[in-house]
Design a protein around this ligand. Structure first.
Ligand code: T3D
Length: 267
């Protein structure tokens, strides 16, 4: 039997999903997409999961699309028709990105090594990105005549502003994790030896927080990015109305009054 292309493990309420094509730097094939989406859907449907960590097996996080995959690799045969790349984007990358951005729990990208092309976009689509100091981010697309995909053209300018986004996307240079953190592309850069423990502690902390509120915060920040101030105020009021009726708000306030740790359960 062939090795699974994603490895799934649990530690308390934290589910870790690792891309598992280390010899190809965890680059994406259609089958990897299928297995990753299934693993994310399973985590979303499992009420015991309160945080997901996405990472890569081996020395890389993900090198983006597998450029040798026959679905995308140009056919060298004379007169062969060029591949329609929109097919793989529509079938696989777009559903993956939408799944990540709509997970009912927070998602942490644990970037253990290079994140290139769509691999970088997918890391950046997660809620918090923590990278090892030796890791790097490469907007590899322009080097092969493409544009950033998997949400890259939306994410990059929002994360770092137009000037930096253009510099990264046009030049495709390797951006070390430390610089990525300094410019606000990612949440934190940590020493390699500390990466797993730091991410596990962060994920466990998120798992103990009011999940429904965390997910609403993600949605509100995204919505606020393209709304006016008055619409944002109205949206916030609506969210507080809904969350105020939920168990976790009652519990949070009661725990505060009783000077004890809250027990959040909503998802
Ligand atoms: O095209 C479409 O379908 C549309 C969708 C596009 C989405 C995209 O993601 S486009 C961008 C695709 N990705 C890239 O262009 C990155 C290509 N990879 C690299 O530039 C380098 O490999 C890295 C900078 C990521 C890492 O460099 P390095 O020196 O650490 O490793 P390496 O020696 O280049 O790679 C190690 C192995 O992984 C090597 O295989 P080998 O020679 O040991 O058998 C290499 O071929 C393989 N590998 C790395 N990236 C990919 C890959 N194999 C297939 N596809 C890859 N993307």
């Amino acid at each position: 039997m062939s090795d699974p292309l994603v490895l799934v493990s649990n530690e308390a309420a934290v589910r870790t999903i690792a891309l598992n094509r280390p010899a190809q730097l965890n680059s994406f094939t259609g089958e990897l997409h299928v297995q990753l989406l299934a693993a994310l859907n399973a985590a979303a449907d499992d009420a015991s999961v309160r945080c997901v960590v996405l990472t890569g097996a081996g020395r890389a996080f993900c090198a983006g699309q597998d450029l040798a995959d026959p679905a995308v690799a140009p056919d060298p045969a004379p007169g062969a028709a060029p591949k329609d790349l929109s097919v793989v984007i529509t079938q696989h990358y777009a559903p993956l990105c939408l799944r990540l951005r709509s997970m009912p729990v927070p998602v942490v990208a644990m970037v253990n090594g290079v994140a290139a092309g769509a691999g970088a976009s997918i890391a950046l689509a997660c809620d918090l990105v923590v990278a090892a100091r030796s890791a790097s981010f490469i907007q590899a697309f322009a080097k092969i005549g493409l544009v950033p995909d998997s949400g890259g053209t939306w994410l990059l300018p929002r994360l770092v502003g137009r000037a930096q986004a253009l510099g990264l996307a046009l030049l495709g240079d390797k951006l070390p994790a430390e610089e990525a953190a300094r410019m606000g592309l990612i949440w934190r850069c940590v020493d390699d030896a500390e990466l797993a423990a730091r991410v596990q502690a962060l994920a466990a902390r998120l798992a103990g927080m009011p999940t429904r509120a965390l997910v609403a915060i993600r949605g509100a920040l995204d919505a606020g990015a393209h709304s006016g101030f008055a619409d944002t105020l109205a949206h916030e009021a609506e969210l507080q109305r809904t969350l105020g009726f939920a168990h976790d708000y009652q519990e949070g306030v009661q725990a505060f009054a009783e000077k004890r740790a809250p027990q959040f359960t909503d998802r």
